[in-house]
Design a protein around this ligand. Structure first.
Ligand SMILES: [Zn+2]
Length: 149
């Protein structure tokens, strides 16, 4: 996995030659404010989604459903969890937020560090593939859609 050199810029290193497949697959996502948040080996659109809130599910470790997804998250973390009610039960969410504008971008169920649990969730509409653009899924659900997911 290539090194992320600074928080605001991801440089494609010229000294080390990454394997063609790894370089081609890496995707970078930004907060709406323009801050770099996530570099990941596959597109968010290719990830499974939660039924409850539409969040993207990133598998942090290998399990019976498949291999771990390689990614790096640049986010501020909250030590105290937020309790969210899900169909009568309470879910504990440790939030990740943008280090610049503090917008919540994702969460996990387990306390820090990042990736301590089996899955990490990225909120739909929180991140954009193109810096400075509104995420495509920001208005998702406001109109009739025929999602295949
Ligand atoms: Zn931000």
């Amino acid at each position: 996995m290539p090194k992320v050199v600074s928080r605001s810029a991801v440089s494609s290193s010229t000294d080390a030659k990454p394997t063609a497949s790894a370089a081609a697959a890496l995707r970078v996502y930004y907060c709406i404010c323009g801050e770099f948040i996530l570099v990941i080996e596959k597109s968010l659109a290719a990830l499974p989604r939660r039924r409850t809130d539409g969040a993207y599910i990133i598998r942090c470790r290998e399990n019976e459903t498949g291999k771990a997804v390689i990614f790096k998250l640049n986010a501020s973390t909250s030590v105290a969890p937020v309790l969210v009610e899900r169909s009568g039960a309470y879910e504990r969410q440790y939030g990740f937020s943008c280090p610049r504008c503090n917008l919540l971008v994702g969460y996990q169920y387990t306390p820090l560090p990042v990736k301590s649990g089996p899955y990490l969730y990225i909120l739909k509409g929180a991140l954009t593939h193109a810096q400075g653009q509104v995420p495509k899924d920001a208005f998702e659900g406001l109109e009739e859609s025929n999602d295949t997911a």
